[in-house]
Write a protein that binds this ligand. Structure first.
Ligand SMILES: [Zn+2]
Length: 256
């Protein structure tokens, strides 16, 4: 977390020349010299998918440009965005591209937003990994698709796990926890017994494990450790605020 920046980003990914990314906070304060505030929810829902999320993107250094997004459905479909293609309207929960200057994004409010950065092929991915997506191994599948389509080697890939509901707060019914344990081979490692009939899930841990299983060196998977429920001034939380909660936009792009 860089306190000088009005958005969340991973410092180790800043070091990659030409890689831009960030997660918008709930109360967006524009940078000095930028006059207009941008609300991630109203700013994005007022237009078509991929509409211009102007000021936030300017602050990230991306300038005003469309952000390609999908209709997120808590599934495991990974969509490749090619040159001149617009995936808007497609269902899916992960986007990958090797096109320079092509911004891709996911919206979250407790689910894990994941940023994938491969400096070797200058390809990028963003993933919406909630409980169901994590259970379907969407991160591992996204890494697999980046290997198959762009020739990414996991050894050069960086994985950033963004602000999400933490293992401190993510209480679920035992029945949900049982499915999680059943569907993921190491799911039991990320379920902790809690109150009677309840368990705590660790989505960051489960996704970290998927990155490792896909061959990404553990030192190249970084976690925000920002719990959306604990940090109520900074993040939206579906669990805390209900269906009216706003959404954070996590966006990433390689500059051409
Ligand atoms: Zn918490």
């Amino acid at each position: 977390m860089n306190p000088a920046l009005p958005f969340f980003s991973f410092e180790c990914l800043h070091a990659r020349d030409g890689f831009l990314h960030g997660t918008s906070p709930r109360c967006y304060h524009p940078a000095p010299g930028v006059s207009e505030a941008f609300d991630p929810l109203s700013g994005l829902s007022s237009g078509e998918c991929g509409g211009h999320a102007l000021v936030y993107l300017e602050t990230l250094g991306m300038g005003p440009r469309p952000v390609h997004r999908l209709r997120q459905v808590h599934g495991d479909r990974v969509v490749v965005v090619g040159e001149g293609e617009t995936p808007e309207g497609l269902e899916g929960d992960a986007l990958i591209t090797a096109q320079p200057d092509c911004a891709i994004g996911v919206l979250t409010a407790d689910c894990v937003p994941v940023v994938l950065c491969d400096p070797a092929t200058r390809s990028v991915g963003v993933v919406h990994a909630g409980r169901l997506g994590t259970q379907k191994a969407i991160l591992q599948k996204t890494i697999g698709k980046m290997q198959a389509v762009f020739g990414v080697r996991p050894e050069t890939l960086w994985v950033g796990l963004g602000p999400a509901i933490g293992p401190c707060c993510y209480e679920v019914e035992e029945t949900c926890a049982a499915l999680f344990k059943n569907d993921l081979s190491d799911g039991a490692s990320f379920v902790r017994p809690h109150a009677p009939g309840k368990a705590l899930l660790d989505l960051w841990g489960a996704n970290r494990s998927q990155a490792r299983a896909a061959g990404v060196p553990p030192s190249q998977t970084v976690c925000s450790e920002q719990c959306t429920v604990c940090n109520k001034d900074r993040w939206y939380s579906y669990r805390r605020e209900g269906s009216g909660a706003g959404r954070m936009l996590t966006v990433a792009m390689w500059k051409g």
